[in-house]
Write a new protein. Structure first.
Length: 190
């Protein structure tokens, strides 16, 4: 029997916390370049982007660039246990401290509908090359993106050193369109 999700979360958190600064900086730059080079990014008018923290691939520069290009950017906003919505931001300066220490949009920021999002950028603790994503255990992204996504493309950012051959999964886990690392973009068969 394989490791549980909670065991994998512990292992991947330890792995992420031990990443050296030089690797993190190089990885961040390469992942950003890959995202900006995507046709899906170039065509996107409305983006849903997590606000990075800890050892997650940095998204703050991506948010700034997208806004400077005139794109609409929304970020996750927790609405309840395991639920969130997408709220629009005007810039990094409009972010506020939210639940779990995560920066988010102000409470009065406009809510965007999932069907209006062209490209979503999703965080993870780790992921497999075939698209299985391990998050932090709250189920927020799986609930938000379950069901029909319509036109929304959803890409998970994951450092190559945080990819795994296998991870546990269950029927509630959403498989996203791509896994983007600093080395390659893994295309997922959904």
């Amino acid at each position: 029997m394989g490791l549980s999700k909670s065991e994998w979360r512990r292992i991947l958190t330890e792995r992420g916390n031990s990443l050296d600064g030089e690797y993190v900086a190089a990885s961040d730059a390469a992942i950003l370049e890959r995202i900006l080079d995507l046709d899906d990014y170039k065509r996107a008018r409305t983006l849903f982007i997590y606000v990075s923290r800890g050892f997650e691939p940095d998204t703050r520069k991506l948010i700034e660039i997208a806004l400077s290009e005139g794109k609409t950017v929304c970020v996750p906003y927790i609405t309840g246990k395991g639920t969130m919505c997408a709220k629009q931001i005007d810039g990094p300066g409009s972010l506020e401290q939210g639940r779990f220490g995560i920066l988010t949009a102000p409470a009065d920021a406009p809510v965007l509908q999932k069907e209006d999002i062209d490209l979503a950028v999703i965080p993870c603790l780790g992921a497999t090359k075939r698209g299985v994503r391990l998050g932090y255990g709250g189920g927020y992204y799986d609930r938000y993106f379950s069901g029909e996504r319509g036109k929304t493309k959803a890409y998970v950012l994951c450092r190559e050193r945080m990819t795994c051959e296998t991870l546990p999964e269950n029927g509630f886990d959403v498989i996203f369109d791509r896994i983007v690392t600093e080395n390659v973009i893994y295309f997922v068969d959904t």
